[in-house]
Design a protein around this ligand. Structure first.
Ligand code: PGA
Length: 244
């Protein structure tokens, strides 16, 4: 079977009951059971919407992911959520080390690795995010930053089946700026050298108008989509672009 492009929707902290249900239904109903697609979709709603979205996705091939998890399976960690809990509610995947968490919650690559290990032990596929800040890029440090993050964020439990890397240049997230094709080619080749067979996603202002080009660059195995994943039609256009 050829590799399917992974199309991951990261809803971030967006979604109340009505719009989450509506979006999940629209996406699930656009995937026909007896048709083959060149992509595999994973939806990552906020934690409070996981059960509801799981319900709407039942019987479809669409995967469900959390946006973060703790490194312990249970215990006195008020406000946290464990990988086991995500698995229990129907998740197949979890995003770990998103740049918003690295920046806003001071997550380090070392803590990303412990979370990823916990997720692997719970049977989840981890989507481990890496990417340089704008200042790091302009000072020519992007390669070094990304290589360092990879080295320290990937735990020993990693296999090509349980781990996906997402390259998301921080300056491209939610800004409308995407990395140039040459930059994506360059960094994805660098990541490929480091991680071998692990699938590599690109993220950062992916939309319907640029997805086709990005998805066909070498070493791009899919995309991690934030803003544009909140519009079901545009999100499906992004997925469909993987087949064109
Ligand atoms: P964006 O977000 O598509 O809105 O830039 C991507 C992400 O943060 O995963």
């Amino acid at each position: 079977m050829p590799f399917l492009k992974l199309i991951v929707g990261n809803w971030k902290m967006n979604g109340l009951t009505a719009d989450s249900r509506d979006r999940a239904i629209k996406i699930a109903s656009s995937i026909k059971e007896n048709k083959t697609y060149p992509f595999h979709i994973i939806l990552c709603p906020p934690t409070t919407m996981l059960s509801l979205v799981a319900e709407e996705l039942k019987g479809s091939s669409i995967g469900l992911g959390g946006q973060n998890c703790h490194n312990q399976p249970s215990g006195a960690f008020t406000g946290e959520i464990s990988a086991e809990m995500l698995k229990d509610v129907g998740c197949t995947h979890v995003i770990i080390g998103h740049s918003e968490r690295r920046q806003q919650n001071r997550e380090t690559s070392a803590s990303v690795a412990t979370k990823a290990k916990a997720a692997h032990l719970a049977g989840l596929v981890t989507i481990i995010c890496v990417g340089e800040l704008d200042g790091e890029r302009t000072s020519g440090q992007a390669d070094e930053v990304v290589t360092g993050q990879l080295k320290d964020s990937i735990p020993t439990t990693t296999t090509p089946e349980n781990t996906v890397i997402a390259y998301e240049p921080v300056w491209a997230i939610g800004t409308g700026k995407t990395a140039s094709n040459d930059d994506i080619r360059h960094i994805h080749a660098l990541i490929r050298k480091e991680v071998g067979k692990l699938p590599i996603l690109y993220g950062g202002s992916v939309k319907a108008s640029n997805a086709g080009e990005i998805l066909h660059l070498p070493n791009v195995d899919g995309v991690l989509v934030g803003g544009a994943s909140l519009k079901a039609e545009e999100f499906m256009e992004i997925a469909e672009a993987s087949g064109r």
